[in-house]
Design a protein around this ligand. Sequence first.
Ligand code: PGA
Length: 301
Amino acid sequence: MHLTFRQIEVFNAVARLQNYTRAAENLHMSQPAVSMQIKQLEESVGLPLFEQVGKKIHLTDAGRYMHEYGRHFADLLEEADVVFEALKGVERGRLSISVATTASHFATRLLAEFTKRNTGITISLDITNRESLRKQLENNEPDLVIMGQPPEGVDVEADVFMDNPLVMIAPAGHVLTEQQNIALSAIENESFVVREPGSGTRGAIERFFARNDVNFKTGIEMTSNEAIKQAVEAGLGLGIVSIHTLELELETGRLQILDVHDFPILRHWYIMQRKGKRLSPAAQAFKTFVLEQAKDFIRLP
Ligand code: PGA
């Protein structure tokens, strides 16, 4: 049999997601390229691995065997990677970290401090929202993930390292900035500039208002905290953001935190890896650094 690791990697993704288009997105490939890899793999096995029933694809008997072997291959490769990373030690290791959009405001500062102490480590940082982090953990992709709460439905080893208060913000001069202990009912008529569905911040805000039985009017949706702050400043609505995104705007007085009853919404930051994952020395060193020292380098406004 002449098969390649790439074909197996593509096969594993299609088998897991049962969908060529989603597998292609996941692997950053085009769909025809994915189909081609599967076709070549089927040719070298000499049997079809998938069958189409209606719009869905299913594994054939041969496909189920291949899936079993495919997972073993992937586990073995991962194990080999961990061994080689361990041999390189902390001095020359590689580290792949994925963080929630909101955490990027301090993650870069942490990485800067960490690399000052460990100059040989090569780091790759992915910044994305909560939903996409959940998928990455499910696929065991990054070494470590920093996000606002461990995701549902994925087994992870998560440790909390810092508070993440969500505050309500208004532009300087807004009438509500003059008031104290504003009742939640008083903001029912305000419209909010919000993050996209799939964002941890957005989820936490929606749960908070539902719990308090208060109507929450969403206006424009944005995928970036920076854009939300600019929109609030421009008068497009109020905002609710993590205090970690705010340093500069509060210093310059462009935005103000409103004194709203039951605010801030208290969340926490967690660092985590998929359960059972063996951390390389570089990843372990970073995790220890975050747990023990992150707070010293992240200044709250
Ligand atoms: P977000 O993440 O950037 O997706 O809102 C923060 C979080 O996980 O709470």
